[in-house]
Design a protein around this ligand. Structure first.
Ligand SMILES: *Cc1c(COP(=O)(O)O)cnc(C)c1O
Length: 367
């Protein structure tokens, strides 16, 4: 019998370091440009921190943290002590790392050994902190109406003298509606924050990305941008940081009436060319974008056809002149917010769900 094919893996070196999973490119220059731009929106006396919780919104806290520190960021915020530990390992001693979740029981050793700064949210946390680590730096979070974390006005009135006697390094609160500049909640929270903190000689912070855009009244001494650093709304002028390309595994031509994917949700109305791409809901590309979102070949949109499955997506490429090697789902023609709009969510969720299977590349500038 003749051999139908031969495999010669040794002879011809693979020229194209061809990807088999999606390639996520994180543009660190865009990231630091966003940090500088947000820093430039507040006055000289206002410090601009960086929020890098949830693995820097899914983009990798070590690389992101180091790039921001090199750009001049000196204060970082994460949600939990474990995240603070990962960031400390990346940054070394020096930069201040604060924990929004405060001082949780079981975190004392990490807070002490890694020099993390808990933002204390309640009387319980204050007591725990002062008993376990007297003299260790801390901040205080106040609740000005969001009803999520922090001490409420009545509670704060009673506790403030005790807390202030221990010398907090920061008093902060968080805005619930800052992405809607005209929302009455913004002014209400601003007034509540003034009421709870005016006359106290401790640095104050109220604004995340949305609050920075609300203007100087909201800036106080320190701002805490997160999403704006990573190219997301409400910072409309942000540079794109995350670029995601999905490789084509197979291309097939199908006839009118044939269907694509699970449950036959898409049927060809013309002879069609369908590319099957590596990437699916296990990679954070929600099933909800089935038959809705587009990917791009350069600047030509190509619609997703059929259901997004766990590892694969079908895309109609009938109108392309060439057979694409990969298509772009996040890039110059589609931001995280564009994709979020199709998926019925927000850019924050698109970013933080970016899958672990992607090949990640950290780029300085666009290549
Ligand atoms: C997540 C978070 C931030 C950053 O918010 P963005 O909207 O991403 O800029 C700031 N402060 C607190 C308390 C947060 O939880």
């Amino acid at each position: 019998m003749e051999r139908a094919f031969s495999l010669d893996l040794g002879a011809s070196p693979v020229k194209n370091p061809c990807m088999s999973t999606g390639r996520l490119t994180i543009d660190l220059d865009a990231l630091t440009a966003n940090w500088r731009a947000l820093d430039g929106m507040s006055g000289e006396a206002v410090q601009t921190a960086a929020v890098v919780k949830a693995d820097a919104y899914g983009l990798g806290v070590a690389k992101v943290g180091r790039a921001l520190a090199a750009a001049g960021a000196r204060r970082f915020f994460v949600a939990a002590a474990e995240e603070g530990a990962a960031l400390r390992e990346a940054l070394g001693p020096g930069p201040e790392i604060s924990l929004f979740s405060g001082h949780m029981s079981g975190d004392t050793d990490m807070i002490h050994d890694l020099h993390l700064v808990p933002i204390l949210n309640s009387m319980d946390q204050l007591t725990r902190h002062f008993e376990a680590l007297p003299g260790h730096p801390f901040g205080v979070q106040l609740d000005t109406g969001m009803n999520r974390l922090g001490m409420e006005p009545g509670e704060w009135g009673a506790i403030a003298p005790i807390a202030l006697a221990q010398g907090p390094t920061l008093i902060m609160s968080h805005l619930a509606c800052a992405d809607e500049p005209d929302h009455a909640m913004n002014a209400r929270q601003l007034a509540a924050f003034h009421e709870m903190t005016d006359g106290i000689d401790v640095p104050r912070s109220l604004a995340a990305t949305g609050g920075i855009l609300l203007g100087p009244d909201y800036h106080f001494d320190l701002t805490r941008p997160g999403i704006g650093l990573y190219g997301g709304a409400p910072y409309e002028d942000a540079a794109m940081v995350a670029h995601l390309d999905l490789p084509v595994i197979q291309i097939r031509d199908i006839a009118i009436g044939e269907t694509v994917g699970y449950s036959n949700t898409w049927e060809a109305e013309r002879p069609s060319r369908i590319a099957t791409l590596s990437g699916g809901y296990a990679d954070g590309l929600q099933r909800h974008i089935s038959n809705q979102a587009v990917l791009f070949h350069d600047d030509i949109p190509c619609p997703i056809v059929g259901r997004v499955s766990m590892d694969l997506i079908g895309v109609d490429v009938t109108h392309l002149r060439e057979r694409p090697k990969a298509l772009t789902i996040l890039g110059d023609h589609q931001s995280v917010d564009d994709l979020a709009n199709v998926a019925g969510t927000i850019g924050y969720e698109i970013l933080t769900q970016l899958g672990a299977r992607y090949t990640r590349r950290y780029a300085r500038g666009r290549q």
